[in-house]
Ligand binder design. Sequence first.
Ligand SMILES: Cc1cc2nc3c(=O)[nH]c(=O)nc-3n(C[C@H](O)[C@H](O)[C@H](O)COP(=O)(O)OP(=O)(O)OC[C@H]3O[C@@H](n4cnc5c(N)ncnc54)[C@H](O)[C@@H]3O)c2cc1C
Length: 438
Amino acid sequence: MKKVAIIGAGVAGMTAAKYLLAKGYEVDIYESRNHIGGRCYSFVDGESGDMMDNGQHLFSGAYEEFFSLLRWLGTEHLLSNTGNINVDFVDSASHFAYKLDCTYPNNILGLLFGLWRMEGIGYMDKLRANSMLLHLLRGINGEDYSVSELFRRLGVSDIAIKRLWKPLCVSIMNAPIEYASAKLFLATLKRIISSGEMSLQNAIVPLQSLFDGFEVKIANAGSRLHLKSAVTSIDVIDNRCCSIVVNGENIAVDRVISTLPARNLTKLHPIFAEYKEWSSSPILSVYIWCDGALFDKQSICSIGTNIEWVFNCSKMQSGMSSKHLYSITMSAANDAMPLSDVELMRVIVAELRQITRITDVVIGRYKILREQNATPLLTYMNEIRRPSVRSSLSNFYFAGDWTATNLPATIESAAVSGRLVVETMDYLASFPQAKVST
Ligand SMILES: Cc1cc2nc3c(=O)[nH]c(=O)nc-3n(C[C@H](O)[C@H](O)[C@H](O)COP(=O)(O)OP(=O)(O)OC[C@H]3O[C@@H](n4cnc5c(N)ncnc54)[C@H](O)[C@@H]3O)c2cc1C
């Protein structure tokens, strides 16, 4: 039987396993932590006993590959699907509240109408936005420059950038618009509109529960998941990876798929040194337990603050014991990351007052989660340098959200990379004599 070792049991690793099993491969998955899911994980809050996520994750309705993984695991029904995007914004400086409500009609036209109805940006900007979306449908991809350069070329006004495009870009790309790749941003919009899926979904259970069943699927197929099994290095002979070192033990391998982020990959062998330069972008999440309601909606996207989103967890997740639990997200949070807990909470309390105009609600408890390496920083320069599936070793392949998927570093990128790597590897396996040129 054809054997493959997968390094890492995040979304990329699980998706690769799914496709490998379907093609009749025997799989061994090595995961350094004691749980699967990678950067999508949950933990138990000691005080409330609630399962909490490492940060709020949102899924675009166009995440076809990720949804296919969940279907395979039998957990797709654990996502909320509330129809087309309906986002509440607050411009905190002026306390101007507005909506992007694309719920009617529940198809691509909903997005165009939603933009048209949106308050807070002028008609010229709405025309530009709608014509850009229609142009995208006709196949314009854009060269690679920054998102802010894209807006400059399209003549988008400062107010439209501030109130619509910047929050959209930072949420999707986890990068400042001055660096984020325009090509990837356009590719994402194009994917959304061409799929006709305008929804924004979330897990109604702890993220971790979405992956329940993976271990059983692997075991039933006669394959193996090895938790707490860090791959520390690989042995290379004649341009082939002949073995991997797991917890100090050498294990012979036929083919290897690494789903590791760049910084972990470079530790495996000096041949991966070129990926050392890859930098990451942080996401800062803060859970706050309040003694009263801050707002009744599912979420608010805040403009002009460090706080980017406030999510109403008690509303979004079922089975939460805490009544007024909110989670705050700060993407590309380079400014906020160095703040001490006390400084950060001072900023958060002040900004929450600006956003909600509520002053009498007390935050009883908080939990700060700093994910320094939340996603790779996909600038327009890095986009060109993303590695494809094949490495310089003939039997060693790359996957993971940072590899060349033509998507921002998201869960969907991770899932797509898992499919691409198996398709390529399986194709090459049908030519046993094929040599990889470096
Ligand atoms: C706070 C936060 C919020 C996010 N929000 C969103 C969102 O709303 N929407 C979205 O689409 N994306 C979001 N993301 C990004 C998304 O989580 C990632 O893009 C995706 O999970 C990456 O999956 P992956 O499989 O490529 O990598 P990973 O999940 O990093 O998987 C790699 C795995 O390899 C393991 N590993 C590392 N080193 C070794 C080793 N030496 N040996 C064995 N195993 C090893 C790791 O433990 C990990 O399990 C968010 C990320 C964070 C951190």
